[in-house]
Structure formats: C-alpha cells, structure tokens
Design a binder for this molecule. Sequence first.
Ligand code: UDP
Ligand code: MG
Length: 334
Amino acid sequence: MGSGLVYEGVNGAISAIVPDVSVVVPIHNEVESLPFLLEAIASTLSSSQISYEIICVDDGSTDGSGKFLKEEAQTRSDLKAVILRRNYGQTAAMAAGFHYALGKAIVSLDADLQNDPADIPMLLAKLDEGYDLVSGWRQKRQDGAVNRLLPSKIANWLIRSTTSVNIHDYGCSLKAYRAELLADMNLYGELHRFLPALAYIEGARITEMPVRHHARRFGSSKYGIWRTFRVLMDLLTILFMKKFLTRPMHVFGLLGLISMVSGTVIGIYLTFIKLAFGEMIGNRPLLILAVLLLVTGVQLFCFGLLAELLMRTYHESQGRPIYRVREVVAKKVN
Ligand code: UDP
Ligand code: MG
C-alpha cells in the first residue's frame, strides 16, 4: 500500500520513512484528469510493492485543481499537495515538486494522462541498473503533426547535435532520476526538457526507454508553436553553460588575445610604412580595422576576466564544486 509517511512542518516535510520513489506532477488546469491520474499511480506502484509518495504541484490552476488536491491530500497519506501562489510555468512547478520530494528516486510525469504511470516501475528498474537518469521516449507520440511533432523533431535534432546527450525525445516529461542528481541541478526558463543535458554537465549516466503515450483525454495543451522559440533560447544558455561554465577565460581570453595581437601587428605595419616611406595612412580601411581589432580585443579580454570572476562567485556562493563525485571508496581502518 501507500508509503504511510508522516508529514510535519510548513516548509519542507519531515518524514518517518524515505519512500522508494517520489512521483512529481506539475498541474495547470487538469482537474478532470486528476482522479484517474492519482488512481493509476497508486495502483501501479502499490501492486509492484514500491513505496511511494505523489507530489502534486498546482501551478496556479483556476479550474479547482488546487482545491481538489488539498482535499485529497488531507485524506490520503501518499499525496502531498504543493500549491503555488500563481502560474509560474511547468519548469518552475517541477522544480517546486523536486524540492519537496523525499524519495530515493524521483519520477516526473504530466498530469494530463498522456504519460502512462504504468511505465514507472520499468523506469525505476532501469535506474537500478546503475543509471542516474532514465528518460522516456514517446515512440508513438499522440499529438498534432504540424504544430507539435514537426517543431519537436527539429528541436530534438538541434539539442541532440549540440549537447552531447544522445537520446531521441527530450520533451517527454516522463523521466526517472536518482535523487542525488536532482539535488545538484538548478532549473530556470523552459529548462526541464534540457534536464538530460544539464545532468550530463553534472556527469550523470543517462539512458532512454520507449514509453507509452496517449492522446489528451481532457482539457487542452497549454502550449503552442511559440514554445519552440523559448526552447531555442534555452538551448543557447545550455550550450554556453556546457562549454564555458568553469573556464570562460579560455574562450574569451583567447579570442581577445588573437584580436589584440592582430590589431597590434597591423598597427605596427601602418606605422612602419608611414615612418619609413612617408605614406598617408589616415584614409586607409586597414587603420580602422586595426583600431577595431584592438578595441574588441581589449573588451573580449576584460569580458573573459569578468566572466571568470562571476563563475567563481557562482560556484563558491553556492558551495558548488567544479566536479561531481559519484562515490568515494576507501579501506576501513579499525
Ligand atoms: N503545466 C504546468 N504549468 C504550466 C503549463 C503546463 O504545470 O504553465 C503542466 C500541465 O498541467 C501538464 C504538463 O505541465 O501536466 C504538460 O503540459 P501540456 O500537457 O499542456 O504540454 P504538452 O503535453 O502538450 O507538451
Ligand atoms: Mg500533455
């Protein structure tokens, strides 16, 4: 049966038992689906003898989802309802859910019954094989062709070719994570689909598994084609993080130096022909180029230095080391 957790306190729960899995669900206006969803998660997990908690995050719903969740959470011990003050978006809702999750593993899935809770035990079994993140792959995706599947194909291709994570379907919400991995990651923007890429930066072992996907039964999708653009911007952020997070000076410093050196060489050449041959250099495009290269060079160089300082603050202020340890093994001394 349920995990039988005891929750206390307003902020962050104190639990008696650590469940095997916390199922995190972001919810924005999905009230019709919720009873089916809770039932499906509870029956799958309890029949597989997996102890669990369900963390439903109400992301500013206006259709009574929040009220329903609050009532349910008071009567059943396997549900924790986190009600956000307003609508923050799916990524923020997921991050809130991760924050309150206590399980050894964390599974995220959509509330709209498009993901199938029956796939959860399979993902957890895969985690047990030694992976840190198992991502669902909607092989037979049930969404509109032009407005959803096509942008998604392009986005997946872009993400696959720019981040070094080789999976097919980044957009699938059904994913399973080891709890320690999520504790190391911060989410912003539409970053939830880049969780595998972020996890890769954190040194995680990542794999994917085909999962079921159903058409929406109730309500409608919260997104349209515009999401693609936000996803693209986030892709740039991720690329930057992956490449430069710990060594911005290597990139900006080098570019700045190349630019400064070429500017100086051209400058010396122009001075030389002016002094040695008395040539007019005031109206030469080369002069403008030299000045431009010098100025840009100095700017890039300083930018690199600043970025270096920022990165240090970023890592040190949060106590974030620049490495991630999987485990430490040492002989016990008695
Ligand atoms: N969602 C949310 N906040 C939002 C938008 C969506 O919590 O601002 C939730 C939504 O309730 C659903 C999940 O995120 O559980 C995925 O949304 P949706 O099904 O609309 O996306 P799609 O499956 O069409 O990509
Ligand atoms: Mg959906």
